[in-house]
Design a binder for this molecule. Structure first.
Ligand code: NAI
Ligand code: COI
Ligand code: MG
Length: 368
């Protein structure tokens, strides 16, 4: 049987730095005879623009459609800020999400015990936290038409459109309910039904899907602004949060700080199951290309490594090996190994990106 296939798109900024640590893990799994991936690499984002004049070539897009899973680092950076919108690095990532139809973006926020004092919130608020934000990823205001900057009279007007169809809401709601059934059996849906028609439809459809198909799951609704406040006030009230593309983007960065650092948050972007039973899938850290720390060896690779663990679980049915990676991360953190983003106000000596990766490999080795 053919080896499982991976396409690595490390991208820009710290993307390649954190992805190097994932490559070490892939090599480790190979050396140990646990699993050998058929790995190919490609360009996305600014590096692709530099090489080809586009943030994603058709060839790379086609390869992404063929493989079992895509691993992505991060895209973007100040060098590209003034580019025409159509060729900005971020458009490469949006194209991947849209054309692969990766509508369900799972963004778990889990607070490792060793980091409960590193969150900007009190230990009691975050210790033991384990929630998942399910973000709709292929529609909403990032994709709606009309969009653009137009002249209206003698001034410019910027337009983006929030647009959701019933079926788009229904499918992401189903993925949230399915996930909840495997966890705490609770879903909180967040929108702004008080001020947006798309929010009214969102609330109605989520409720309908619940009543018809998932009456056993506890469902609540919350306005997204209150949701942001509740995430800071008492995040452990949540199990699964389902929300739209924009609110999910913002709320998940916020949830990152409940775990100690944005450098800790992984994600899985999943489509519907294909004929082989596997969903189309892309795995990437929640963070961006972090231009402020690029090239300094300061990036925390854990979000990218935990994204690879999600790939093992969701694309390759290797739950036990995913747990092995997660436990290795937990062990390293418990041993006090910290990248700079995880330093408390009292300071200490941070390890580099590669040292963190090496420590995680050593913990994997010890787990055998
Ligand atoms: N999925 C993606 O590829 C994303 C790309 N971006 C792009 O990244 C660029 C920078 O955006 P920002 O708003 O600065 O967001 P960012 O997520 O890159 O960085 C925000 C802050 O978090 C820190 N940070 C992020 N990841 C870290 C890590 N692994 N370890 C330690 N510290 C980390 C950064 O140093 C920075 O201070 C922009 O071009 C943006 O469009 C932003 C978010 C997601
Ligand atoms: C296209 C991305 C840059 C948007 C983003 O911040 C994200 O998906 O987290
Ligand atoms: Mg974001």
């Amino acid at each position: 049987m053919a080896n499982p296939s991976l396409l690595i798109l490390a991208g820009d900024g710290i993307g390649p730095e954190v992805m190097d640590e994932v490559k070490k893990l892939i090599a480790w799994f190979d050396t140990k005879g646990i699993v050998t991936f058929d790995v190919s690499e490609g360009l996305v984002g600014g590096c692709s623009y530099d090489a080809h004049g586009t943030p994603l070539t058709d060839e790379t897009m086609a390869r992404a459609q063929e493989v079992d899973a895509v691993l992505l680092g991060a895209v973007g950076g100040p060098k590209y800020d003034k580019l025409d919108f159509s060729v900005k690095p971020e458009r490469g990532l949006l194209r991947l999400r849209k054309e692969m139809d990766l509508f369900s973006n799972l963004r778990p926020a889990q607070c490792f015990d060793a980091l409960a004092d590193f969150s900007s919130l009190k230990r009691d608020v975050v210790a033991g936290l384990d929630i998942v934000i399910v973000r709709e990823l292929t529609s909403g205001v990032y994709f709606g038409e009309p969009r653009g900057i137009f002249m209206e009279g003698n001034e410019r007007v910027g337009i983006n459109t929030q647009r959701y169809t019933e079926s788009e809401i229904a499918r992401v709601a189903r993925s949230a309910f399915e996930l909840a059934r495997k966890r705490g059996n609770k879903v909180c849906s967040m929108e702004k039904a008080n001020v947006m028609e798309s929010g009214i439809l969102w609330r109605d459809v989520v409720q309908e899907i619940h009543d018809k198909e998932y009456p056993d799951v506890a469902l609540t609704h919350m306005y997204a602004d209150n949701g942001a406040m509740q995430l800071c006030r008492w995040p452990k009230q949540f199990d699964v949060i389902v929300t739209d593309n924009l609110f999910g983007d913002v709320l998940s960065d916020m949830a990152a700080m409940l775990t100690g650092s944005l450098g800790m948050l992984p994600s899985a972007s999943l489509g519907l199951p294909q004929a082989n039973g596997r969903p189309k899938a892309l795995y990437e850290p929640v963070h961006g290309s972090a231009p402020d720390i690029t090239g300094q060896g300061k990036a925390n690779p854990i979000a990218c490594i935990l994204s690879f663990a999600m790939a093992l679980r969701y694309s390759f049915d290797m739950g036990a090996e995913a747990t092995r990676v997660e436990k290795a991360v937990e062990k390293v953190l418990a041993d006090g190994v910290r990248t700079a983003d995880l330093m408390g106000p009292e300071g200490g000596t941070p390890v580099s990106t590669t040292q963190m990766g090496d420590a995680i490999i050593a913990a994997m080795e010890a787990s055998l």
